[in-house]
Write a protein that binds this ligand. Structure first.
Ligand code: NAD
Length: 287
């Protein structure tokens, strides 16, 4: 059994971006700029935003952090997004979720210009993914694919089971696996006999949010197991959706938590920001 080292792979992705940004800077170009908006003082969101800004700095990109009070109105937030949409010095815009209850998340995500939507949550990017256009792919699913690629296993004809059907993880991961010619099953909270479904999987991706839901007897011998789950245990430890000890005995490859999918999300955000920059640059030079 091999452990897929998300920490090392995410570092390699960040270093790829860093090298490209260094090249841009060496040619005297403006470096990419990521703008992160955070509303309120959710401690978990603050940690995520800090890590995103830190990663941007590591890659040599610029970043802006806009902190808005919990009481900010939806209109004020939308106006802020519109002004960033029009700012040619900003390449990527990310609004950290969740938002306070009085703000309609959907309205906010739709307000971000699709070409600056580094999270890939805008409906036009979501549609692009599903109809097979080359578009911005959400960071965590893109990170999952990069981890799978690191195994060198060809996914064509493999059976992939994705447990979880959320818009930000389960559904896009399923589509990306389909694009690699896997036969994809999406399991969820109403799936009858989850164990039997999972046991068919050559590739098993768990994105549920339930610590230890996937146990060794649910894994087909030799399967690749990717654990997207992040669950905070009462003692403060982080735990995945996969019971690592029992599944590691059966799997050919497995991701740990922490150190698996988690660090990939931010690394792929850097990739997406660079991609938006390059695209914006191209369309600006066509004008
Ligand atoms: P979500 O709550 O939106 O969706 C969870 C999904 O799991 C649902 O589709 C539901 O049908 C399914 N589900 C719930 N109980 C189930 C059960 N008993 N059996 C089978 N399926 C069940 O969650 P999400 O946003 O997709 O996140 C899933 C997990 O991934 C969470 O732990 C979250 O913290 C983690 N996550 C990690 C990253 C990362 O960067 N590593 C990013 C996003 C989410």
């Amino acid at each position: 059994m091999g452990i897929i080292d998300g920490k090392a792979i995410s570092q390699a992705v960040k270093d790829e971006v860093k090298a490209e940004v260094a090249g841009i800077a060496a040619r005297g170009g403006r470096v990419p700029c990521l703008c992160v908006i955070i509303v309120g003082e959710n401690p978990a969101s603050q940690v995520y935003v800090r890590n995103k800004v830190k990663a941007a700095a590591y890659t040599g990109m610029e970043s802006r952090q806009i902190e808005l009070p919990e009481s900010v109105s939806e209109d004020e937030l939308l106006a802020q997004i519109r002004s960033l949409n029009e700012d040619p010095a900003v390449d990527g815009i990310l609004v950290q979720l969740p938002l306070p209850k009085h703000i309609d998340e959907e309205k906010v995500l739709v307000a971000i210009a699709p070409e600056k939507d580094v999270d890939g949550f805008h409906p036009s990017n979501v549609a692009g993914l599903w109809i097979g256009k080359d578009c911005i792919v959400p960071c965590t699913p893109a990170g999952v694919m990069r981890l799978l690629d690191s195994t060198g296993v060809d996914l064509t004809g493999k059976t992939a089971v994705v447990v979880g059907r959320s818009n930000i993880v389960g559904k896009p991961v399923a589509k990306l696996l389909l694009d690699r010619n896997a036969t994809v099953v999406i399991a969820h909270s109403r799936t009858a006999d989850l164990g039997a479904v999972c046991r068919q999987a050559d590739v098993l991706v768990a994105a549920v949010g339930r610590a230890g839901l996937i146990t060794g007897e649910m894994v087909k011998p030799g399967a690749i197991v990717i654990d997207v789950g992040i669950n905070r245990m009462p003692d403060g430890r982080l735990c995945g959706d996969v019971d690592f000890a029992s599944c590691a005995d059966v799997a050919s490859w497995i991701t740990p938590v922490p150190g698996g999918v988690g660090p990939m999300t931010i690394a792929m955000l850097m990739k997406n920001t660079l991609r938006c920059y390059l695209q914006n640059f191209k369309s600006a030079s066509r004008k």
